[in-house]
Design a protein around this ligand. Sequence first.
Ligand code: KE4
Length: 429
Amino acid sequence: MNRNTSKILFEKAQNIIPGGVNSPVRAFRAVGGNPIFMKSAKGAFLKDVDGNSYIDLIGSWGPMILGHAHTEIEEAILKAVIDSTSFGTPSAREVEMAELIVSMVPCVEKVRMVNSGTEACMAAIRAARGFTGRNKIIKFEGCYHGHGDSFLIAAGSGMATFGEPDSMGVTQGVANDTLTVSYNNITELKNIINLNKNQVACIIIEPVVGNMGCVLPQKGFLNELRLICDKENIVLIFDEVMTGFRLSKGGAQELFGVTPDMCTMGKIIGGGLPVGAYGGKAEIMNCVSPLGKVYQAGTLSGNPVAMAAGLAMLNHLNTHPEIYVNLENITNKIATQIKLGGQKAGLDVQINQIGSMYSVFFTDKPVYDFNSAKTSNLTYFSQYFNTMLDLGVYLAPSQFESLFISNCVNEEIANEIIEKSSLAMQSIK
Ligand code: KE4
């Protein structure tokens, strides 16, 4: 494939944008080579600046569940934009969006719109701290909740020790209030809560993880979390930025039947435009300014054009629940056949899949937390990624990301993904 224009653009970009990208994972550092600059997309396909076409298995990291350039979303945006792009005042669409979220998402009694998943997660833990009067938060190793300081924390060296900053610029002071435990490990969680009795404001978790690659909660794990939070008066926050409106119209909390006290949302909620949201029990959300004393604000929060796109997206999903059944079936077929292709190639392959999310791990061990995810052979993953790219299938350029199937992936496209995956597996050495 000729990718010269991408190469030229990347060389220019690196002189004026850190790493040449506006978000690190796009830089292809985990898989080698130069990132590909996209020019357009339609349905299940991306087209790069050199005219090459790719089946898209990222969907803009989650938002494009209906595929690219969906007519209803595009028409909603075009209609909204002629009435100006922003007012900085309340607007009717914000009320409509809040009503729709409250009707779709089990835990949400009140909701506040923001502009990204990061903002939503930062605000949610601040509200939990304000509501409980406690300082510490608990997160799980390998889960990602955006680039807020409190989340860029590695697990402390010992169970009782504080977290350690996982990024330059994050202070030990911030790290001292973030405790990190292993995903799917209730014992570790109970121990760290007992060592920090009555100090933990909230537990924040990806109810299905996308940021270790796709990792599922083990049977009963989320239910245990709920019971522990009830007993300890800890706010349970589901970070559904990725799983919200993805795994069902009510997200993971609806699919698993476990209702958190709060949840954060993003990606799909904006129909591809920059939107995040956080919401939950009214008694917690009533702490948020201007009603309460937890301050949070945003110039473009509830932006009318973004709300129009998000409303078109959510209304379509809300009125077409069959989409989730179709996505589960076709993604399960893809995942099952990809695993078979790996086995035929003589490789140890684990596939984690739920709904339209899945990940391929090159390991003989089941992947149920970050340590087991890290047993995947990253050299094999990189070879797999680059061969698939050359075959015209665009995967997330990192082992520790989930892939997403859109509603535009039909049987023919699914078979093409399976066939090309088998070829890519055969080429691994
Ligand atoms: P944003 O600030 O990127 O909108 O959302 C942060 C966030 C919060 N919570 C979860 C579960 C998330 O997955 C994310 C963002 N996801 C990454 C992909 N793993 C976005 C891609 C990127 O960083 O470029």
